[in-house]
Design a protein around this ligand. Sequence first.
Ligand SMILES: [Zn+2]
Length: 251
Amino acid sequence: MALIDNLLTLYKVDRQVRSLQSRVESAQIYLNVQTKQMDTIAVERAENDQQLMQRKANIAIVETETGSIDSRVEHLREDLNKAVNDKEYKALLAEMNTLKDRRKAFEDEELLEMSAVESLEANATEINTRDEERTKVLQVAQNELQTRQAEIAEQLAELEKERGSAAAVIPEDILADFDEIADDYEGESMASIEIIDKKRKEYSCTSCSLHLPMETVAVLMGSKETVVKCGQCDRILFLEEASREALSPTD
Ligand SMILES: [Zn+2]
């Protein structure tokens, strides 16, 4: 077979391989998005847990403080009963009142800490619910990817083998060029020539609509062994059989 025909064979199978792979790619991208969301939830949970721990530690400190105030007040009360004079009695009473004020301040602080704990615990519940939902979605995404991979595995192996034999007959430098263009254009590495007006010798690239000089068409008509590329989009040009017949000189 001529070079251009070999390239067309490669072009067709290469596009099939790419389209098959793209089915798995979209499932992979979806799974990546889900995994990222799970990571975000894990960070949120860690931050929430950290704050919860801090608040609970604060409550423990406050409770130790109020506990020691209570036992001090207890002692003072006993001393109060044994007070020997008015001066001592007043001093003990004053200390007791100061301690009661401090206790009140600690109680207020504890209430604030407890309400913070309550809202952090509500957050934790909400995070858990979200985590469970996202885990289900993640599972579905993982299954979907596995299913798609399994679905295409056989066909892909077959097509890749076909692609390998199609590529094997193309000269190395032309193949490298072909692969580069195919990567740039997601498989759209070749473009046919459109005959706009045969009499006025007007032709264009079907991919980018660039008007092509008559010489380009003449080269392709003359030889199927020469690679001619579009001057604008760089794709490898070819003539459809129908165009080739239409342009052939009629007897
Ligand atoms: Zn073009």
